[in-house]
Design a protein around this ligand. Structure first.
Ligand code: NAP
Length: 332
């Protein structure tokens, strides 16, 4: 525990979420005083249980506030007394809604609500969880390496609502800062697909679908794409680094571990490292020369000294956790 962190209060929005919970856990481990917003206080006990599983046994430094991104209520109370805000909450549904505004409006207006309240309360810095969705969906990935310089144009034809919501919300946040941010600072984290074990086992539907589907044989063919991943533990870590690092002010940081994977690559990894799962995995074929998305997370490594785990460790730890085996908390 860092003593310097003791006097500092941090708000995490969405402490009930996969990443939000991990941020709360790491902040408490670091000795910060933590406030977290949740949509319903009914989730409080579940969160405390998950944090206990994660090794937290004293909750005197954690406060819950009920707040919804679509309503003004309680946001001032949530940010009051905070030096930093990690704005993690945003709708991330497993299925696209019929009306894209169901996702876009809370994402955009919620970010603006949090930023306005934070500015008015004298918060020093907000770290906003954006996504690779706000970076890499408006140009062909062929022969190209995506960086923080790239932006997804929300008017790109066929862009799915979630991807659009992240691009629109991040753009709105930067515009707000330019126009009326005052002395407050903004830093943005743009993670790729987040995987990895969390206390309490609150996994995203897509992650369970891919990994459980592979392990129980439901996935019969290798889908025609590769994807980039980042560990949830490293994603929380990059948020904490971005929160205090002087050079993070006004910057975006892509968060990704090295290289990309296909479902076939995961099958090969599981067969090699977790023999007990091999029997159910369907006989998959490798991908050919299909679309590989290349991106660089060098900036976070250089500026923040961030060192994400290898993707193989993240995948195996996730598989262990999903199959009820205690995840081995490998360090890089
Ligand atoms: P998650 O588990 O679904 O968490 C989303 C959080 O947002 C939950 O706490 C949820 O609260 C909250 N939320 C949603 N709508 C809300 C509303 N109207 N008012 C208040 N809170 C609301 O997903 P996650 O993976 O942790 O996502 C966290 C952040 O990371 C999001 O900003 C997401 O876009 C970003 N991200 C995720 C990934 C990924 O692969 N998982 C990749 C890149 C970026 P409830 O518990 O009440 O629903």
């Amino acid at each position: 525990m860092k003593n310097s962190a003791n006097a500092t209060t941090v708000l995490v929005t969405g402490g009930s979420g996969y990443l939000g919970l991990q941020c709360v856990l790491q902040l408490l481990q670091e000795g910060y005083t933590v406030k977290t917003t949740i949509r319903s206080l009914a989730k409080k006990e579940e969160i405390i249980h998950a944090l206990t599983t994660g090794g937290i046994h004293h909750f005197d430094k954690l406060t819950f506030i009920e707040a919804d991104l679509t309503k003004d209520d309680n946001w001032m109370e949530a940010v009051s007394g905070c030096t930093y805000v990690l704005h993690v909450a945003s709708p991330f549904p497993a299925v696209d809604p019929a009306d894209e505004n169901e996702i876009i409006v809370p994402a955009r207006d919620g970010s603006l609500r949090v930023l306005k309240a934070a500015r008015d309360a004298g918060v020093k810095r907000v770290v906003l969880t954006s996504s690779f969705a706000a970076i890499g969906y408006s140009r062909s990935p062929e022969n190209y390496t995506f960086t923080e310089q790239d932006w997804t144009d929300p008017s790109t034809p066929g862009l799915r609502p979630y991807l659009k919501s992240k691009a629109i919300a991040e753009k709105a946040a930067w515009d707000f800062m330019k126009r009326e941010g005052g002395d407050m600072e903004l830093t943005v984290i743009n993670p790729v697909g987040i995987f990895g074990p969390v206390p309490g086992g609150n996994y995203s539907a897509s992650m369970e679908f891919v990994l459980k589907g592979l392990l129980n044989g439901d996935i019969k063919e290798t889908p025609n794409f590769t994807f980039n991943i980042v560990d949830v533990r490293d994603t929380a870590d990059i948020h904490l680094r971005a929160m205090t690092h002087p050079e993070a002010k006004g910057e975006r940081f892509l968060a990704a571990s090295e290289g990309s994977v296909s479902v076939y690559d995961i099958a090969v990894l599981v067969r090699r490292e977790r023999l007990q799962h091999a029997a159910n995995i369907a006989d998959l074929k490798p991908l050919g020369a299909e679309v590989y998305v290349h991106l660089s997370a060098e900036k976070a490594r250089k500026v923040l000294g961030w060192k994400p785990r290898a993707k193989e460790i993240t995948l195996l730890d996730t598989i262990d956790a999903l199959s009820g085996v205690e995840g081995r908390d490998h360090k890089r």
